[in-house]
Design a protein around this ligand. Sequence first.
Ligand code: ASP
Length: 326
Amino acid sequence: MKSLTLKLGSALFATALLGAGAVHAADFPDHSVSMVVPFSAGGPTDNVARSLSEAMRPSLGETVIVENKAGAGGTIGTSQVARAKPDGYNILLMHIGFSTAPSLYKNPGYNPDTSFEPIGLVVDVPMTIIARSDFPANNIKELIDYIKAHKDEVTLANAGIGAASQLCGTMFTSAIGVDLLTIPYKGTGPAMNDLLGKQVDLLCDQTTNTTQHIKAGTVKAYAVTSKERVPTLPDLPTMQESGYDGFEVGIWHGMWAPKDTPKPVMDKLISSLQAGMADPKFQERMAGLGAEVLTSQANPEALTAKVKQQVPQWADLFKKAGIEPQ
Ligand code: ASP
């Protein structure tokens, strides 16, 4: 009896000491986890998230439900996770926009350095410059000539300020020295639908969304933004090869939890991300879509270093280009 009382007493003491959250963290997760994608369903980030959520399930022991919280170039969903309860049940899958939006918006709704706990880097995805299937240009040179001659007519779709498509589109139009009418969407999933329906002319989008359409010939493709050609799209020249030296951009993706998520929960999320990324099925799917799986960088240190390097780099670049936050 005495030892039972003692055991009970010390358990209560431990609970008080660790705080209810910490004791609870040991059971994490005991129900499904929500993975927020701050863009529309059916787009490139959503494609990565759906494969990853499946791959993380066995190690997590619970379902990972992808939730699309789209809008404002990804800042709406990102800031929602920043404000979510830090219990591990709300995690974020976002890309390079995480580091560009703080320079593009006066108030993006989160601080890239202080609002989150980094889980790890996930994939790096090249972008492709594409057009509707009946667009008159057949190669990058013809594309640029056509755009220059019809700059008041050609439309360029993107997923809003802060999106990868907007970044790439702006890089492209400023490289060729034109200003096009842009049509913003909540993600490049719906932008692609309108491109397929020939309602817009151009889109710069990630291979995780464009590969299948390029291969099927339902869109015209002109170039990739990676340094080297993409093995899954070997006929597509790089921008560099096309004469645009230094035009290189890779869309890195990371995973975050809200600030102050307890360490045992973070450890579980980190190991589950690593297990998911090691899944051969996930790797095969990503390779098929032209994405590089960043296995050795699937950890908080690598993601922290990435954000630390990227936020000031983009801030500097936008400042030099005269782009003001809105
Ligand atoms: N990644 C976005 C999406 O999934 C699009 C973008 O960033 O351009 O729709």
